[in-house]
Design a binder for this molecule. Structure first.
Ligand code: AMP
Ligand code: ZN
Length: 112
């Protein structure tokens, strides 16, 4: 079955891409819940954090640098933001391709 985020990563379906590194891509959520709502996803189809743990230290550094860079570019680095990863049914995960939501630009509610 086709995976939407794999299709975005390979350029087969359009997205509003804000930044890219060799292993990760950041694009705007199609249905934003805050003024800044960016998805940061591995270009490779991963489904669990355990698979991300198999990445090299350099790749994991690349991921956190990208999240930091996106927050900075979006102007939320100083005002604050939230990084969320929904895993599985109880978290209401919709897209199985591992992804981080970067949310900011408004006062966020409590988690949970
Ligand atoms: P999750 O519930 O964590 O799996 O969230 C999946 C997110 O992907 C939702 O916030 C959707 O709005 C977003 N989404 C789904 N399809 C697309 C797409 N084609 N481009 C951008 N964002 C998408
Ligand atoms: Zn995928």
């Amino acid at each position: 079955m086709a995976c939407t985020f794999c299709e975005i990563a390979s350029g087969n379906i359009p997205a509003s891409i804000v930044a890219e590194t060799s292993n990760f891509i950041a694009f705007r959520d199609i249905n934003p819940i805050s003024p800044t709502h960016i998805l940061v996803v591995p270009k490779k189809h991963l489904e669990s954090p355990a698979e991300l743990a198999s990445y090299s230290g350099e790749a994991v550094k690349e991921l956190f640098s990208l999240l930091d860079e996106v927050a900075d570019r979006e102007g939320v680095k100083e005002t604050g933001y939230r990084i969320v990863m929904n895993i599985g049914d109880d978290a209401k995960q919709e897209v199985l391709h591992l992804h981080f939501h970067l949310l900011g630009g408004r006062r966020l509610g409590s988690i949970g």
